[in-house]
Design a protein. Structure first.
Length: 251
């Protein structure tokens, strides 16, 4: 199948907000992430999933990528966020922290494992990103609240979920050229897109996090993948935390 075509020219409006001294507005308190059981986490996701909203994205000036790296031996984790200017994708800032994560690895509940430490890194930023790319799901999730959606609600910022594997949904075969995509459907809903970001390379599973449309998600991911499969903000965040883990983890 040829797949769907590359989408361009979606973002045209100007961004007028200040972009320095980033102080995240958190309409949802983040203490709900701490000291919860998996059963409680599922109920929280059901409630918060109803709050996710979609809207057309204003043209960003800064985009950020987040990622985590976990120790293979202890509960220690490294969280990083990298901010790039857009559309030239030049790195402007990076922050990281290390800490501990005691929430178990459970597919579908990764936000409770990752966001508490990730927020500490994000709060160190001086530049205010207009859009966050997350290495995880957005609404393409059993309860409509993957890591990107959960983080977007807390930060009150547009977020995109960029996952390397599928959590839920079905899709048709995707064309082999960059920009080809097929919708990811879960039940009777379109939950995202399976997007080819490089020719003849495995596609990514893209879904809205919060305050963004699926069309804008697809467009922004393609614009931020000039050379590699993974969007540049996430790719750089991954290299940051992976390098930190390898240099700091005790043998």
């Amino acid at each position: 199948m040829g797949g769907r075509p590359l989408l361009l020219g979606i973002l045209t409006s100007k961004q007028t907000d200040s972009h320095t001294n980033f102080k995240p507005r958190m309409p949802i308190r983040d203490d709900h992430l701490l000291n919860v059981t998996p059963k409680q986490a599922i109920e929280i996701q059901k409630r918060l999933g109803k709050l996710v909203r979609f809207k057309k994205l204003r043209e960003p000036k800064y985009v950020a990528g987040t990622d985590m790296s976990f120790s293979k031996k202890t509960a220690r984790v490294w969280a990083g966020v990298v901010v790039l200017s857009y559309p030239d994708l030049i790195k402007k800032e990076e922050k990281w922290v290390d800490g501990e994560s005691h929430f178990p690895y459970i597919p579908g509940l990764l936000s409770f494992r990752e966001i508490p430490v990730l927020l500490k890194a994000i709060r160190l930023l001086e530049i205010q990103p207009d859009l966050f790319f997350c290495d995880g799901q957005g609404i393409a999730h059993p309860r409509g609240l993957g890591l990107a959606s959960h983080l977007g609600l807390i930060l009150n910022k547009p977020t995109v979920g960029c996952a390397k594997s599928r959590l839920v949904g079905d899709y048709l075969p995707v064309g082999t050229e960059k920009g080809n995509y097929e919708y990811l459907r879960y039940g009777d809903r379109i939950m995202g897109a399976v997007l080819r970001t490089r020719a003849n390379v495995k596609p990514l599973f893209i879904s809205q996090g919060h305050k963004i449309t699926l069309i804008d998600c697809i467009n922004m991911v393609l614009q931020c993948c000039p050379r590699y499969r993974v969007p540049e903000p996430v790719r750089q965040a991954h290299h940051l935390v992976d390098r930190l883990r390898k240099s700091q983890e005790i043998d």
